[in-house]
Design a protein around this ligand. Structure first.
Ligand code: DX5
Ligand code: ZN
Length: 239
């Protein structure tokens, strides 16, 4: 956690237990969320510490099941190891899985602060949002590039974060899909001011300004941070 950004996440919001999560804030500033998908997994603890020391506000944990997306990544055991190494870090879990219900409790036990799941895999997200909140975490809903913003608009009053995928999920290092930007604006306008809007995929110094102009206040970046030598310089370029 970069000290300058510490107030942007909370450890004390009532109703969610004591862990850090996306708080219902009235005037959100930009948060940078390094995605550990592009970290060197053999040195994961060091990589996480370096990304936070370099100015990252939280860590984005990409979970893939080889079914919802054509790749496998990490599960609760890795989340638990990161939590053990960095107990104060906010861990933002992005579930790219067909059965998110099966993984909410395991990730809560592994120290996750926040869980986002995809609207494409559920008929009614409300029971899952409720179980995420009941376990002391904040909740997010994600949409793929071809899913309209309207799919999650009915739920914006119940979530702390809306995630707009700006690549087809599954891999880091893809190119930003700019046609999703109007959805970001639509969600920003539809949701309460306190709801954060997260952009995920292909965000780089060249594409970050457009994300911000369209109301995004949480930028996820894997290759634009871990793919560069100087993480602090990379994060400064994204802000
Ligand atoms: C993609 C993941 C992203 C990914 C972003 O499926 O959800 O979080 O790590 O990687 P970059 O920033 O390299 O596009
Ligand atoms: Zn992600």
């Amino acid at each position: 956690m970069h000290p300058a950004n510490a107030p942007q996440v909370s450890t004390t919001s009532p109703g969610f237990g004591g862990r850090r999560h996306f708080q219902r804030l009235s005037a959100p500033a930009l948060l940078i969320a390094p995605s550990i998908l592009s970290a060197d997994f053999a040195r994961l603890g060091e990589e996480c510490k370096a990304a936070l020391a370099a100015g990252g506000d939280l860590l984005h944990v990409d979970v893939m099941d080889g079914h919802f997306v054509p790749n496998l990544s990490m599960g609760p055991a890795i989340c638990a190891s990161v939590h053990k190494a960095l107990p104060d870090a906010m861990l933002d879990v992005h579930l790219m899985v067909t059965d998110p219900a099966a993984y909410i409790e395991p990730f809560a036990k592994a120290g996750a602060s926040h869980v986002t799941f995809h609207i494409e895999v559920v008929k009614d997200p409300r029971p899952l949002i409720a179980s995420i909140h009941a376990l002391g975490m904040s909740a997010g809903l994600a949409i793929n590039p071809d899913t309209p913003a309207e799919a999650i608009v009915p739920f914006v009053g119940e979530i702390e974060l809306a995630l707009v995928m700006s690549v087809y999920p599954g891999f880091s290092g893809q190119s930003f899909i700019s046609r999703v930007l109007p959805k970001t604006r639509a969600l920003r306008d539809a949701g309460p001011k306190s709801m954060r809007v997260q952009m995920d995929g292909g965000v780089a110094p060249e594409t970050a300004p457009a994300c911000r102009e369209h109301g995004c206040d949480v930028i996820v970046a894997a290759s634009a941070i871990f793919g560069r030598g100087d993480y602090a310089a990379a994060i400064r370029l994204l802000r």
